[in-house]
Design a protein around this ligand. Structure first.
Ligand SMILES: Cc1cc2nc3c(=O)[nH]c(=O)nc-3n(C[C@H](O)[C@H](O)[C@H](O)COP(=O)(O)O)c2cc1C
Length: 185
């Protein structure tokens, strides 16, 4: 089979799928926003750090720099229409949270809300923002982790087959994980 050489800038469309998260943010006036991200990676166990790469011309990015707090929420298969709304640009005066029909719950330590339908939500403080190319790598410290108890196993691992997290390929194209038996190493 022929290997085709493609534009290196398309790497992210084929090194896929990636976990999709919905990040809630808040500006200084207390207005909230939600945006979808899939350039997301754990960075450190202890302290617990998560990295998200964001473009700069975004309302959520402006909010993040203002309040330096955010919540990373894990959406499920049932929420893909909501993810699609959260992944678009809207007039910043229109609440994307309302537009997407997302219900919220207050967070414990930060201003931005938790998304009620998401089985996992991590409250974060923004530790660092560093530009790489056309994105900024946002490093968040997880300060509180909310997990629906019945959706994790005895080792604290996500029951993926029950949750069915949305994996992002590109645009509004998603994949849903098939769960293998635990591999014997
Ligand atoms: C599934 C999905 C994943 C996305 N991942 C990212 C990402 O990792 N980084 C990014 O900058 N934009 C990403 N986007 C686009 C942003 O979500 C979009 O630009 C943002 O919602 C704009 O709205 P805002 O101005 O309110 O922040 C993604 C969109 C979708 C639908």
């Amino acid at each position: 089979m022929a290997q085709i050489t493609r534009d290196p800038r398309d790497f992210w469309k084929v090194l896929a799928p990636r976990l999709t998260v919905l990040v809630t943010t808040m500006d200084r006036q207390g207005r909230t926003d939600v945006s979808a991200f899939s350039f997301v990676s754990p960075i450190s166990f202890d302290p617990p750090l998560i990295g998200i790469a964001s473009g700069v011309k975004k309302h959520s990015y402006d909010n993040l720099l203002q309040k330096r707090e955010f919540v990373v929420n894990l959406p499920t298969e049932k929420m893909i229409e909501k993810i699609a709304v959260a992944g678009q640009k809207w007039d910043p005066h229109v609440s994307k949270i309302e537009r997407a029909g997302l219900k919220t719950k207050p967070a414990v330590h930060v201003g931005p809300p938790l998304l009620a339908e998401c089985p996992v939500s991590a409250e974060c403080y923004l530790e660092e923002a560093k530009k790489y190319g056309d994105h900024v790598l946002l490093i968040g410290k997880v300060i509180a982790l909310h997990v629906r108890d019945e959706l994790v196993d005895e080792k604290g691992r996500l029951k993926v087959a029950l949750v069915r997290p949305a994996l992002h390929v590109a645009d509004n194209l998603f994949a849903f994980p098939y769960v293998s038996k635990e591999a014997k190493g």
